[in-house]
Design a binder for this molecule. Structure first.
Ligand code: ZN
Length: 198
């Protein structure tokens, strides 16, 4: 079976238009070579499926024993459902209920089960910490933590370890006066509805 090489994963993300490479003005005002439009992962399910297939192979290899895939609402739900379907497991999601991340009432088999957490993009690890707290409250053992993209390239640790990812990509952001892409004269793009020069 084909190993999920970083090049293959990168190509699939570019195919989905979720990962753009160029010279972008981020909402912080800083400039970056990379821009994630993660909503596009879900917008193109056929492209997402190819990425999830690689994730599923990784989960099968590394975390064979669990009952649920659990994802935080809303962005990761489609990813988690698709992974659970392919893995033949159950799926559940956490959501904000009065600001606090929680499982709503109704999930029937969670208590005392084992779960892998699936999230789309790791930036700070905040939502994954919140999901782990939800699992703990329900007595669910965390059997693995997976993200499609680790934007910190392994520098955010959760429970003392880097999170398993398909793509570990250090996204550096530069002030305009030290931006290497400005220095090269590459046109700056402000991501939005359409790709235009800023
Ligand atoms: Zn720049």
């Amino acid at each position: 079976m084909a190993e999920a090489t970083p090049d293959r994963v990168l190509a699939l993300f570019k195919e989905s238009d979720a990962l753009l490479q160029g010279h972008f003005k981020l909402t912080s005002g800083k400039h970056s070579e990379w821009y994630f439009e993660k909503i596009r992962l879900i917008e193109k399910p056929a492209a997402l499926e190819k990425i999830v297939d690689l994730l599923v192979e990784k989960i099968r290899r590394e975390s064979p024993d669990f009952d649920y895939v659990v994802s935080p609402a809303y962005g990761a739900i489609a990813i988690g459902v698709l992974a659970a379907l392919k893995l033949g497991k159950r799926f559940a999601f956490t959501q904000r209920i009065e600001e606090k991340m929680a499982f709503r009432a109704g999930w029937s088999g969670l208590d005392g089960s084992r779960a892998v957490v699936v999230e789309d993009i790791l930036t700070t690890g905040g939502s994954i910490h919140e999901v782990l707290a939800c699992l703990k409250e329900r007595g669910v053992a965390a059997a693995g933590i997976y993200v499609l993209v680790d934007r910190t390239a392994g520098s955010v640790l959760i429970e003392g370890r880097p999170v398993a990812s398909l793509l570990a990509l250090k996204v550096e952001a530069f002030e305009a006066d030290v931006c290497p892409f400005c220095a090269k004269g590459i046109p700056l793009v402000k991501p939005g509805a359409s790709v235009k020069k800023a």
